[in-house]
Design a protein around this ligand. Structure first.
Ligand code: GLY
Ligand code: MN
Ligand code: MN
Length: 426
């Protein structure tokens, strides 16, 4: 693909179907740290702006006038200051100076404005137009193009390097922080620009905290160790989870739980085919996990009934996955025109749409013993007949197991971008 941005702009223009409305997409401005210093949080251009420009700098605005045909797109860019050149080594981006945006708008005064990306100082748009436009834009960029898929492969390679370094460092007595250092060093050595999100590492009972930030806690022999992390390359992110047992073979109960999660993950991946309804896949896998927990004696009753009542969420309290790519939560949500399904059994779902060719999604089932969920008086009452509570209580310190891969949906079936990262215990 010579210039992916031309193709993406054409695709978005036709998806939005604008006639008289002007479109503005803001990159955003840096956000100052709270202490009133000259420091800011690391800048990330809004993904809608980045997707159509490839620019990751503040102050830009991409504008589109559908009445100007193929020349309708104008990329307004901020002028780089001497201070930015001096302190950050910034160079001037190609484009039309941002000062020209005002006359551009003045000469089109009275036309309705659709504003996407970040808010733009001094621009008041019509919120009733922007919401539906964002929904259409999000849908138009769900299928990844060749450049995006190539970038994701590079992010996957960097992630493989990180997990390889991590697995060599796992032994009893290391801290979660030490493991983070090895993992993230591997990412950077493998070509990462940064981590795709804050690395999650939990050992022992910390592994049941879904997004646990690494601490000074040391691993002990026989502990579960859950690591959820991914590298970012050119703004594209990989999102992988592996769960290990530290310094020993798993005990029989850990092994049984792991087999349930692994089989669920494999079935989930196999289900990532063109046309698959994500909601149905999620429920199918939730039912499979529930059947596994019934076999272990933890859940009591019939799997379908338990899922209907939402009892699977006591042990699997999140969705099966989400789209990933331009950010770790990339363009998930609803198919345009759909309302959120309010059914309690689906309260953790992050998306409700059919998978299409070139979508990239995570598949990430898990089983956890989360004290706040399992000790909740209302859960104990609501699900008194669904759980062997004595057995569950005996495992409240065990932690949790999640396995997560990233899957490219193709006409030939699912392609696992992260398959080179070994799933232990196989
Ligand atoms: N890495 C965060 C998540 O999987 O949701
Ligand atoms: Mn993850
Ligand atoms: Mn994820």
């Amino acid at each position: 693909m010579d210039n992916p941005f031309i193709e993406r702009r054409n695709r978005v223009a036709s998806a939005l179907g604008l006639k008289n409305e002007l479109l503005l997409i803001g990159a955003g401005q840096p956000v100052a740290l709270p202490e009133n210093t000259d420091q800011t949080y690391p800048f990330r251009a809004h993904s809608e702006y980045f997707y159509l420009t490839g620019n990751n700098f503040p102050g830009g605005v991409l504008a589109f006038d559908p009445k100007d045909g193929a020349n309708g797109w104008v990329s307004f860019v901020a002028e780089v200051t001497d201070a930015e050149r001096t302190w950050e080594g910034r160079v001037q981006l190609e484009g039309t100076p941002i000062t020209v945006l005002e006359p551009w708008l003045t000469s089109r005064r009275g036309r309705p404005l659709v504003l996407l990306g970040e808010p733009i100082r001094g621009v008041v748009a019509d919120p009733t137009l922007s919401g539906p436009a964002r929904e259409k834009f999000r849908h138009a960029r769900r299928a990844k193009d060749a450049v995006e898929i190539d970038t994701l492969h590079r992010a996957a390679q960097a992630t493989v390097a990180g997990f390889s370094a991590l697995s060599e460092a796992i032994r009893p007595g290391v801290t979660e922080r030490q493991l983070q250092i090895e993992l993230e060093t591997g990412f950077f050595r493998g070509g990462a620009d940064r981590t795709g999100y804050e690395t999650i590492i939990g050992t022992g009972s910390n592994s049941a905290i879904l997004h646990f930030p690494p601490s000074s806690r040391t691993t002990a022999t026989g502990d579960l160790l859950l690591v959820d992390a991914g590298a970012e390359v050119d703004r594209y992110v990989i999102d992988v989870t592996r769960t290990y047992v530290v310094g020993s073979n798993p005990d029989p109960f850990q092994r049984d739980l792991y087999q349930i999660v692994l089989a669920a993950e494999e079935a989930g991946i196999a289900g990532c085919i063109v046309g698959a309804e994500w909601k149905e896949l999620h429920l199918r896998i939730a039912t499979q996990i529930t059947e596994g927990l019934i076999r272990l004696g933890l859940l009591l009753g019939a799997a379908e009934t338990l899922v209907e009542r939402g009892a699977h969420q006591l042990f699997f309290p999140h969705g099966l996955g989400h789209l990933v790519g331009l950010g770790v939560r990339d363009a998930s949500g609803l198919l345009p025109g759909r309302e959120r399904d309010q059914s309690p059994k689906l309260s953790n779902l992050r998306m409700d749409l059919p998978l299409e060719e070139n979508y990239v999604t995570t598949v990430e089932p898990g089983v956890y013993f989360i004290p706040v969920i399992l000790n909740s008086p209302s859960n104990r009452e609501k699900y008194h007949d669904c759980v062997n509570w004595e057995l569950a209580e005996g495992h409240l310190n065990l932690g949790g197991i999640r396995i997560e891969d990233n899957v490219l949906v193709t006409a030939d079936g699912p392609v696992v971008l992260t398959k080179e990262i070994p799933k232990t215990w196989q």
